[in-house]
Design a protein around this ligand. Structure first.
Ligand SMILES: NC(=O)c1ccc[n+]([C@@H]2O[C@H](COP(=O)([O-])OP(=O)(O)OC[C@H]3O[C@@H](n4cnc5c(N)ncnc54)[C@H](OP(=O)(O)O)[C@@H]3O)[C@@H](O)[C@H]2O)c1
Length: 258
């Protein structure tokens, strides 16, 4: 295939089990890059549990202003990338803070592909039912909440609620992965915010973490990752990295598990 759109269709087909289509030797650079970035995801075996998180951040590690404005830290190419990740995943997961501040639709609009399941972690049920994900009917949606906050048959707008046990002051990311896998959602794309992704990372529940760094310094605002304190830099995580340019931004993909 010669153009980006048909290359993307081909990756989606691979993801749906349509068999491997090899990259032609003389493929244009954009097509080569598309295969390099999404090929692993398109080829994930059906039923294999896999979690990839993504954050768009400033050079100084902020994902939003203190007031919660995050549109847009990164550029158009990163936005397109997040829609492609949505389209290739079984479910998109976000924390309550992201729904509260952004009222996102969490659908696939910038590229071809189906909308995956939308999952909102709202352990204490603090979110009202008037956000778009709960009412627009665009895609199936579930809320993950602490089991003691859920009454049988209750919904948030049109969204179903899954109650899970509390663990260490929250809900264990592994339990979230298992509950979604039980509904056929094995490949999770965790789209933010920083608190949610930090919880998955510190629980060892991420296979990959994509950090897109934009050439901007915010100087204040909501942090990207916050992990338990370490004493010396040597104790930091040093994952294997892939990096790729996305317009003016740079995507760093941390690989924790192959
Ligand atoms: N630049 C980007 O890539 C990007 C992406 C997404 C969002 N954002 C921005 O980031 C901000 C929101 O991010 P944030 O870090 O403040 O919040 P967040 O991660 O969206 O939401 C955090 C909240 O979700 C719930 N939660 C998540 N995981 C949980 C777990 N394992 N157990 C229990 N509760 C859990 C908790 O709420 P409860 O305790 O109330 O249940 C927690 O306080 C917004 O300003 C948004 O615009 C930026």
């Amino acid at each position: 295939m010669r153009d980006e759109e048909s290359a993307w269709q081909c990756l989606l087909e691979r993801r749906r089990g349509g068999g491997a289509v090899a990259l032609q030797a003389n493929a244009p650079r954009e097509v080569e890059e598309l295969f390099a970035l999404y090929g692993d995801y398109a080829d994930l075996p059906r039923g294999r549990s896999f979690a990839v998180a993504h954050l768009g951040q400033s050079l100084d590690g902020r994902i939003a202003t203190t007031a919660g404005a995050s549109r847009w830290v990164t550029g158009e190419a990163d936005l397109l990338h997040t829609h492609r990740m949505r389209a290739i995943a079984d479910a998109i997961v976000v924390g309550a803070g992201t729904v509260r501040h952004d009222d996102p639709q969490l659908t696939v609009r910038r590229c071809a592909g189906f909308h995956p399941l939308r999952v909102v972690i709202d352990s204490e049920r603090r979110l009202g039912s008037d956000y778009r994900v709960f009412n627009d009917g665009a895609a199936p949606t579930v809320v993950i909440a602490a089991a003691d906050r859920v009454r049988a048959g209750e919904r948030v707008g049109q969204a179903e609620i899954i109650g899970l046990p509390r663990s260490n002051g929250g809900i264990a990311p592994r339990a979230i992965r298992e509950a979604l896998a039980a509904r056929g959602c094995h490949f999770l794309f965790i789209e933010g915010g920083g608190i949610t992704i930090s919880r998955f990372l510190s629980a060892g529940a991420l296979d990959r973490l994509q950090l897109t760094v934009a050439p901007i310094i915010l100087g204040s605002g909501r942090p990207s990752l916050t992990l338990p304190e370490i004493a010396v830099p040597d104790e930091g995580l040093r994952p294997r990295l892939r990096q790729m340019r996305l317009g003016d931004d740079m995507l760093y993909e941390c690989i924790f598990h192959d």
